[in-house]
Design a binder for this molecule. Structure first.
Ligand code: PEP
Ligand code: MN
Length: 377
């Protein structure tokens, strides 16, 4: 089995009900082969700020879509919670000046209604809303029959099904211009990131719902300007279709997320320094070499799986033996010895320690599960 199919097989317990009705991004956004660029401030703060950002975009680089938050979901009260409805017109006017569509976050049906009334062209669902199926359902129902693109950020917790579920709720209401935005996941652990990227989650989303467009919001993953470039490049390396980058005329004075915002000038430099990657492989030499290497991976994966099956057979034999002798399934000393020896072997093989520990514990969990079931028979 090819390794990419194998990965899809491994994750196929997440059954995505998204049909292929989703419209290709390029069919509703005139972007050619370029990645989509959404830029604009974290929050619309004043009419002057929105006029200024439009002027600076005209001077340096014009994004494909202008963003600005109007209602801001804040962790603590008494911080800037957005200017509210009045800002919708500032956003729309700035979009008209730039001649591009505008997008804002809606977190309830009232926001959605007001945004539609003000002629906002596209909507995004924030990470704190995606976690709540009731709210998502209400917003989706309020958009039934409206032909508007909806961008859905990942939920703050790393739950791919919750993310897929939110996309499905919009699709069920007839929204077929759907885009998923990866903005990282909250973590209690200390990290260089504001929200840890956990790239495997958006990859899983894409493997399950290949027809959903996926873009990256490096600003909320990074939390600081200096990490933006590496995150953007990573997104391109992983074939993301675009970026949403918070851009402010004067980040230092921003009323929200000031550490992560950049000026339009810096945005232009950042975009110029990124290397877009080609997802469609056309070079024949490259294809041939890739196929040879992939064949090797296929072989290795096949033998890995065979070995795992053989291992499980012996686990069953041991299970029978333990049962006959009335001995506990968990033998903590043995597990410790397994870990110690295998970690030493991994060290010699220069394998990543954390990865190996996780893998071993994953394998051990299955052995315990199998033997525990046997005991109960
Ligand atoms: C935002 O884009 O400004 C925002 C609040 O995003 P998130 O929902 O990802 O936190
Ligand atoms: Mn923000």
């Amino acid at each position: 089995m090819r390794s990419d199919l194998l990965i899809r097989w491994i994750v196929n317990h997440y059954i995505c009900r998204m049909s292929s009705k989703c419209k290709d991004l390029k069919s509703w956004m005139d972007i050619g082969d370029e990645p989509l660029l959404i830029a604009g401030p974290c929050s619309a703060e004043s009419e002057e700020q929105m006029i200024l950002i439009a002027d600076l975009f005209l001077k340096h680089r014009k994004p494909n879509i202008l963003r600005a938050g109007i209602w801001k979901p804040r962790t603590r009260p008494n911080s800037f919670e957005g200017v509210g409805e009045v800002g919708l017109k500032w956003l729309k006017d700035a979009g008209i000046k730039l001649n591009i569509p505008v997008i804002t976050e809606v977190a309830n049906t009232k926001h959605a209604e007001q945004a539609l009334e003000a002629g906002i062209d596209m909507l995004w669902i924030g990470a704190r809303t995606t976690v709540n199926p009731f709210l998502v359902q209400e917003i989706a129902e309020s958009l039934r029959g409206v032909d508007i693109p909806v961008f859905v950020k990942n939920p703050i917790n790393p739950d791919v099904n919750l993310w897929i579920g939110a996309l499905e709720r919009f699709q069920a209401m007839g929204i077929n211009k759907l885009v998923a935005i990866h903005r990282g996941f909250s973590s209690y652990d200390r990290s260089v990131y504001r929200n840890v990227p956990m790239w495997e989650i958006p990859i899983e989303l894409k493997a399950n719902c290949p027809e959903v467009e996926l873009i990256c919001d490096p600003s909320h993953i990074a939390g600081t300007r200096d990490l933006l470039k590496q995150i953007c490049q990573r997104a391109f390396d992983l074939d993301f279709a675009g970026l949403m980058i918070e851009t402010h005329p004067n980040p230092e004075s921003a009323l929200s997320d000031k550490e992560q915002q950049i000026t339009p000038k810096v945005l232009d430099q950042l975009c110029s320094n990124l290397k877009p990657r080609d997802s469609k492989i056309s070079n024949q030499n490259f294809i041939t070499k890739l196929e040879i290497l992939r064949d090797k991976i296929d072989e290795i994966d096949a033998s890995l799986l065979k070995k795992l099956a053989q291992r499980l057979e012996i686990i069953r034999e041991i299970g029978t033996y333990k049962k006959e002798n009335n001995v506990t399934v968990l033998q903590i000393d043995r597990w410790k010895r397994i870990l110690d020896t295998r970690m030493e072997w991994s060290n010699h093989l220069e394998l990543n320690e954390t990865w190996m520990k996780e893998l071993l514990s994953f394998i051990h969990t299955e052995s315990i599960r199998v033997q525990t079931e046997m005991m109960a028979d």
